[in-house]
Design a protein around this ligand. Structure first.
Ligand code: G4P
Length: 284
């Protein structure tokens, strides 16, 4: 689901988030491993004060593994617990169980001191649209998990998914709104498909992506399309159009079609595992 955000959306999402946060101990925040900063809304740090925090670098399968590691260290250095995951195929799910216990150590200890035994940790998944929240909840919870709210006698309202005897997950994720203040953030979210394509100039975006790939992942376009990376971005897009037979009537190159194809390939990982924001640059 990709949506556009207006102030009304933001206020509503924020209010909902504030309500749900009252119910939980742990925030499981999903970010897109290809754009770990642009896919984050830092307001969560303020909203989620006093909560245990776990960041999942989701879609890690599509991102550069060296950068995944660098981002993991980056967020760990800021005090977050971090796990790299691929929610589509389930990689990383086992690790999360242990990390949740670790992240909530203080709460467990506090309960123990007060004589409260075996109170499950209550967690909520949060993240901007399209980051993979639903996919994650389905994979993590698995089909075998019963929704506690479906049991007779349980009052209506919030539904909890009991993951095991230690952890319960709110079944509706918290939706964070993307932060568009910086134009570059909007461009990166568009690259990964988190902004509706039909309001974007896809050709212009394709040229920007080509420039980025040429500079940071030299050789991948050559390999994917059997073309030369010599020349400027317009020429390279033209080469892709030729290589893939994107032609209009009269043999004119169809740059729009070639742009669409480039983005399909990029977003599905066919060009390679690519990260659009580098952790090293953030440290400086
Ligand atoms: P949301 O609830 O946060 O809005 O996101 P959602 O789960 O709907 O996921 C958005 C898209 O991201 C889906 O693809 C989903 O399959 C994909 N996705 C989620 N997690 C991962 C991951 O770890 N790796 C990869 N490669 N993809 C992931 P879609 O194309 O919109 O739908 P579909 O074709 O998969 O049905």
């Amino acid at each position: 689901m990709n949506v556009q955000w207006y102030p009304g959306h933001m206020t509503k999402a924020k209010r909902q988030m504030q309500e749900d946060l009252k119910l939980i101990d742990l925030i499981i925040e999903l970010v897109d491993a290809r754009v770990p900063l642009s896919s984050r809304n830092p307001d969560i740090d303020q909203l989620g004060q006093n909560k245990s925090r776990l960041i999942l670098l989701n879609k890690a399968d599509l991102a550069d593994e060296r950068q995944n590691e660098a981002w993991k260290e980056f967020f760990q250095s800021k005090g977050f617990h971090v796990v790299k995951v691929d929610s589509r195929n389930g990689a990383g799910m086992k690790t999360i169980q242990n990390v949740i216990q670790e992240a909530c150590k203080e709460k467990i200890e506090r309960d123990r001191r007060r004589g409260i035994k075996n109170r499950p940790i209550r967690a909520m998944v949060a993240g901007i649209p399209n980051v993979g929240k639903s996919t994650f909840i389905n994979t993590f919870a698995g089909k075998a998990c019963a929704k506690t709210g479906n049991r007779p006698g349980v009052t209506k309202g919030k539904q909890w998914i009991r993951l095991n005897k230690n952890v319960e997950l709110l079944d509706t994720p918290g939706i964070l709104w993307p932060k568009f203040e910086d134009q570059e953030v909007g461009i990166r979210l568009a690259f990964v498909g988190s902004i509706k394509d039909d309001i974007l100039n896809m050709e212009e975006l394709a040229l920007k992506l080509i420039d980025y790939l040429k500079e940071h992942y030299t050789g991948l376009l050559e390999k994917r399309y059997g073309i030369s990376e010599e020349g400027n971005a317009v020429e390279i897009l033209g080469e892709i159009a030729k290589a893939r037979g994107c032609l209009k009537k009269g043999e004119e190159l169809d740059y729009t079609k070639a742009s669409g194809l480039l983005f399909d390939d990029f977003r599905s990982g066919k060009i390679g595992r690519i990260t659009l924001e580098w952790a090293e640059q953030e440290k400086n």
